[in-house]
Design a binder for this molecule. Structure first.
Ligand code: NAI
Length: 462
């Protein structure tokens, strides 16, 4: 084992390995890809930088990429989401990993930098939220004397730029060289995908990107059914609060909002939804939720969860109106959904890791989860393995597509073809005992599809 890693405690590796072994039994998509491609090693030569929550499920993804021939280096994409035993198991397997639960922002960007340090240089990125892509592209622009990429928050912006300047001083020209060597990026989440489309629109995306989030077997499963299990898990582990009977406000009714509202409602909470999009608002209402504005309910609700991927959704004026011991958390990608920075000069009492009590000027206290960072990964262990298997099977297929056929793609943002999306779903049916019906030729002709699929046109919305 090399010592090219930073983890909390390498002695946790055995525990990590035991949980990894269990996770493998719940990740049939990834295990099927190992069986199908393990011998051919289609990712041989790929040097993949991974920037994605360093959990047990991600460990199974990493070992799948390695089994398919890739060299991999890994950092987490969030300061609170690492599972230290998973990181230890990966380090012990010889894969360089740089991730500690509760790392500082400075460490976060230093660890991301380290994950790029292949002796021969990185040539692929696997991203979640776009930090690895941003690091290279913003760095290359700063090297060239331009500096015009949007970054998440002002506090973070300073830290990112300091890390970029450090690398520029140590290795002049490194960013441009790395940017030119990257064959492509596969992006996991809605927020990262927004960044990629934005970069492409501005003519600032120099390589092809695969939007994994918008595979149906990703966003309609991980974002929805994943949050349905992991949101309440996070709130319970953080607070042990009784969910039944409480009034919970879910801000946003996209895929994550739908799963989050279902999670809270399944636990017996009375759920209220806020939305800006009339289609999603109508969906929420017809799913049985009250839909109103945050201002209407802010003084009376017990639990507040942002799911929008937007910024400044819960603002300081809202938090000032909340009742004593209201619980406030976010399950979207970045912490700027809640104006946490505006609470900095209030009295904070740390209850335990990733749980703080904050005293407001009127004497009311708020319970803030994971300092406003995504609470299902900060306060619990994220989504279960089975749903992550679907997401990560898409990730591996995207990496293979970009590595093997990257030259056929112009810079831009692409989604995987529908037959691969259907393949990902198919790989997960046996594990839960699903039997598919079969179309005969006449039926297939009648509805205009092939008997083997794809079964839906591109515009179908599921
Ligand atoms: P989405 O685009 O499907 O849904 C977001 C919804 O929020 C939209 O319907 C939008 O109209 C609404 N919205 C925007 N601004 C709003 C405002 N000010 N008030 C009320 N509603 C507002 O996006 P999706 O896929 O649901 O993702 C949401 C966020 O969650 C993203 O940041 C994504 O990266 C993240 N995510 C987090 C996961 C986790 O495990 N914590 C898993 C998957 C995604």
């Amino acid at each position: 084992m090399s010592n090219d890693y930073i983890v909390k405690d390498i002695a946790l590796a055995d525990f990590g390995r035991k949980e990894l072994n269990i996770a493998e039994t719940e990740m049939p998509g990834l295990m099927a890809l190992r069986k199908e491609y393990g011998e051919d090693k289609p990712l041989k030569g790929a040097r993949i930088v991974g920037s994605l929550h360093m959990t047990i499920q991600t460990a199974v993804l990493i070992e799948t990429l390695v089994e398919l021939g890739a060299d991999v280096r890994w950092a987490s994409c969030n300061i609170f989401s690492t599972q230290d035993h998973a990181a230890a198991a990966i380090a012990q397997s010889g894969v360089p990993v740089f991730a500690i639960k509760g790392q500082s922002l400075e460490e976060h960007w230093d660890y991301l930098d380290r994950s790029f340090m292949f002796p021969e240089g990185a040539n692929m990125i696997l991203d979640d939220g776009g930090d690895a892509t941003l690091y290279v592209l913003l760095g290359a622009r700063m090297e060239a004397g331009e500096d015009v990429l949007a970054v998440p928050t002002s506090e973070e912006e300073e830290v990112i730029k300091a890390q970029i300047k450090k690398r520029m001083a140590e290795t002049p020209g490194w960013f441009a060289k790395t940017r030119d060597a990257i064959k492509g990026v596969s992006e996991e989440t809605t927020t990262g995908v927004h960044r990629l489309y934005d970069l492409h629109k501005k003519g600032q995306l120099p390589f092809p990107a695969i939007n994994v989030n918008d595979s149906v077997t990703k966003s309609k499963f991980d974002n929805k059914y994943g949050c349905k299990e992991s949101l309440v898990d996070g709130i319970r582990r953080a607070t042990d609060t009784m969910m039944a009977g409480k009034v919970a406000v879910v801000m946003g009714y996209g895929d994550v909002g739908k799963g989050s509202a279902a999670s809270l409602s399944g636990a017996g909470a009375r759920v209220i939804v806020t939305e800006v999009d009339p289609i999603c608002a109508l969906q929420a209402a017809m799913d049985g939720y009250q839909v109103t504005t945050l201002e209407d309910v802010v003084a009376t609700a017990d639990i507040f969860v942002t799911t929008t991927g937007n910024k400044d959704v819960i603002r300081i004026e809202h938090m000032r109106e909340m009742k004593d011991m209201a619980i406030v958390g976010n399950i979207g990608h970045f912490d700027n959904e809640i104006q946490v920075a505006s609470l900095k000069n209030h009295k904070w009492t740390n209850i335990k890791e990733q749980v703080d009590m904050i005293e407001m000027p009127n004497g009311n206290r708020l319970i803030l989860l994971s300092e406003g960072r995504l609470l299902n990964l900060g306060n619990a262990t994220g989504h279960p393995s089975f749903v992550m298997s679907a997401s990560f099977t898409n990730q591996v297929l995207a990496q293979m597509e970009l590595w093997l056929k990257g030259e056929e793609y112009q810079p831009g943002v692409y989604i995987l073809p529908k037959h691969l999306d259907e393949k990902v779903a198919r790989l997960h049916l046996d594990r839960i005992g699903v039997k598919l019906s079969k179309l005969d030729k006449e039926q297939a002709d009648y509805i205009g599809v092939s008997t083997e699929g794809p079964f839906k046109p591109e515009h179908y919305r599921y």
